[in-house]
Write a new protein. Structure first.
Length: 248
């Protein structure tokens, strides 16, 4: 049975009061049957970690440097995330790729730094609207995955998040069938490593997941959870999305 995840990505949203309120809301929620994590902006990782001590919500980061510590102003090394006991980190989010020019090779380097420090990489892949219209979704996703597949061959075991760019923050969600089709393709790509890897790798969907559409998406055979942006800012919505698994 593959591990099921719901991971919140706060992006560049939060302030101290928000963090305190979010943690307070969490304390009121019921237990859920899924691994949970939240990725706040870097400055709030330590505070949130402390506030979530008595919960089973893991802490994640939204990014990491591709290099080891050193003269890289503004960067945050994987060693530092490990020091803060961060469990996982997003890599290759489409906003990092499009706004900050991250390449597939950068994403692979980041994965390696994370793995060296015992942090689970959540590798984001996905096509733009134009690419979907051109019918090249699978080519784009395969190209993004290629260096990651090579790392998996060396023993790295990331989680993959399929996030169609046209669905991120737009309110346009992929239909469960559209998402399932790409998840099946990703799993097939992973058979290049082994059938066991393909079968055991968790593949999450992200892109305007909310409490109304989560259950239908998560009921698909190859969707092992969600990467949640906007809806994760509301702790109650986040937990309702997590509970979508309890109804299976
Ligand atoms: C994301 O940022 O990874 C994301 C999926 O955002 P949203 O849920 O807001 O579309």
């Amino acid at each position: 049975m593959r591990k099921k995840w719901v991971i919140g990505n706060w992006k560049m949203n939060a302030h101290s009061d928000f963090v305190a309120e979010w943690a307070e809301q969490v304390a009121k929620q019921q237990a859920v049957d899924v691994a949970m994590a939240v990725c706040p902006p870097f400055p709030y990782i330590a505070t949130l970690k402390q506030k979530l001590t008595n919960t089973n919500i893991q802490l994640g980061a939204q990014n990491v440097a591709a290099t080891d510590e050193g003269a890289y102003t503004g960067e945050v090394a994987a060693t530092m995330l490990a020091d803060l006991e961060v469990s996982l980190a997003l890599v290759g989010h489409s906003e990092r790729r499009t706004l900050f020019g991250e390449t597939n090779e950068d994403v692979a380097e980041k994965c390696q730094r994370l793995a060296e420090n015992g942090i689970l990489p959540i590798v984001c892949v996905g096509e733009t609207h134009a690419e979907r219209e051109q019918g090249v979704t699978e080519n784009v996703v395969a190209e993004q995955l290629a260096p990651i597949v090579e790392l998996i061959k060396t023993g790295l075991r990331p989680v993959i998040a399929y996030e169609p760019v046209w669905a991120i923050g737009t309110g346009l969600t992929a239909t469960p069938e559209q998402a399932q089709a790409v998840h099946t393709f990703i799993r097939q790509e992973l058979t290049k490593v082994s059938a066991e890897v393909a079968e055991s790798t968790s593949i999450l969907y992200g892109g305007s997941v909310n409490r109304d559409n989560a259950a239908a998406l998560f009921s698909q055979a190859d969707i092992d959870g969600g990467l949640i942006g906007g809806a994760s800012l509301d702790a109650e919505h986040f937990f309702t999305i997590c509970q979508a698994f309890n109804s299976h």
